[in-house]
Ligand binder design. Structure first.
Ligand code: BEZ
Ligand code: FE
Length: 295
């Protein structure tokens, strides 16, 4: 490798070593390793791409814009991490090792703590619309044993593509709720079939997507955050197998194990749940949690 280095490459690599050496008095070994790694990879990126002054400045301006638009309500840095695949890479590193537990995926910006507690079978919205959906499932451990008393926190978007936190026309508690699994580890709720939607694309991340020829869409899904005493919690989704964006999710959040068919039922199906009329859908899911001590 060293044979083909230009004088600039050689000087640049020597310079990188000097910058990393400045960290020698850092007393926190993990911090030192992280900053040194960041410096090495950032420098390597600049060298490999022969980064120009103008490109460096454009990058600074872009990050400045990401900072300016970020507020308590809008986290453009996480959106940037999501759309560059960093969030799902960190997820893979930390939660990707061959377990039979339910796989995790991105949390996303629309989670709101403290959703209303609801009873199994309840609707999480007052308007079940023309694509009502019955979600049923069980929370189990990795040996298949049901977990009674687990918390199932769910949230999703409305048929206008928006989550309640994005939309003044929805009640703040619309399409979200917490359920407690029953003695068989079961939960159930009625909702509307979620729809594909674009992530917030009116800021610098949206400009980046446009400039790089990417679309802003996520495939239709319901978010789940599931926890039980003594088990590792999981933050995940269930994706609608009919979405056209499963292969190109803008935040790379789709895992095959999380995709489910939403079965369609006739209006005269005898099992039609309360409050549902016309054509309706069902999806049944098992959420599997790993015991805490398994790490
Ligand atoms: C979401 O699914 O709510 C989401 C995830 C990542 C970025 C934007 C939205
Ligand atoms: Fe979402």
């Amino acid at each position: 490798m060293g044979d083909n280095l230009t004088p600039i490459d050689t000087a640049a690599r020597d310079f990188t070593r000097q910058v990393v050496a400045r960290l020698e008095h850092c007393s926190d070994p993990r911090l030192r390793a992280l900053v040194a790694g960041l410096v090495r990879h950032l420098h390597e990126f600049a060298i490999e791409e022969s980064l120009t002054d103008a490109e460096w400045m454009a990058g600074i301006r872009f990050l400045t814009d990401v900072g300016h638009i970020t507020t308590d309500q809008r986290q453009e840095f996480i959106l940037l991490s999501d759309t560059l695949g960093l969030s799902m890479l960190v997820d893979l590193i930390n939660h990707g090792a061959g377990s039979t537990a339910t796989e995790s995926t991105v949390l996303g910006p629309f989670y709101v703590e403290g959703s209303p507690w609801r009873s199994n079978g309840d609707a999480i919205t007052d308007d079940l619309g023309d694509q009502p959906l019955l979600v049923t499932g069980h929370v189990r451990d990795t040996s298949g044993r049901p977990l009674p008393g687990a918390t199932v926190d769910v949230w999703q978007n409305a048929t206008n593509r928006l989550y309640a936190v994005q939309d003044d026309t929805q009640s703040p508690e619309n399409l979200r709720g917490r359920f407690r699994t029953d003695g068989d580890g079961a939960f159930a709720f009625r909702t509307v079939r979620p729809v594909d939607y674009p992530i917030p694309a009116d800021g610098p991340v949206g400009r980046m997507l446009k400039a790089t020829g990417r679309h802003p869409w996520r495939p239709a899904h319901i978010h789940f955050m599931v926890s039980a005493n003594g088990y590792l919690p999981v933050t995940t989704h269930v994706f609608d197998s009919e979405s056209r964006y499963l292969e190109s999710d803008v935040v790379f959040g789709v895992k095959e194990s999380l995709v489910r068919p939403f079965a369609v039922h006739d209006p005269d199906d005898a099992a039609e749940p309360a409050g549902i009329s016309g054509r309706w859908y069902t999806v049944d899911i098992d959420i599997v949690l790993r015991p805490q001590e398994a790490g």
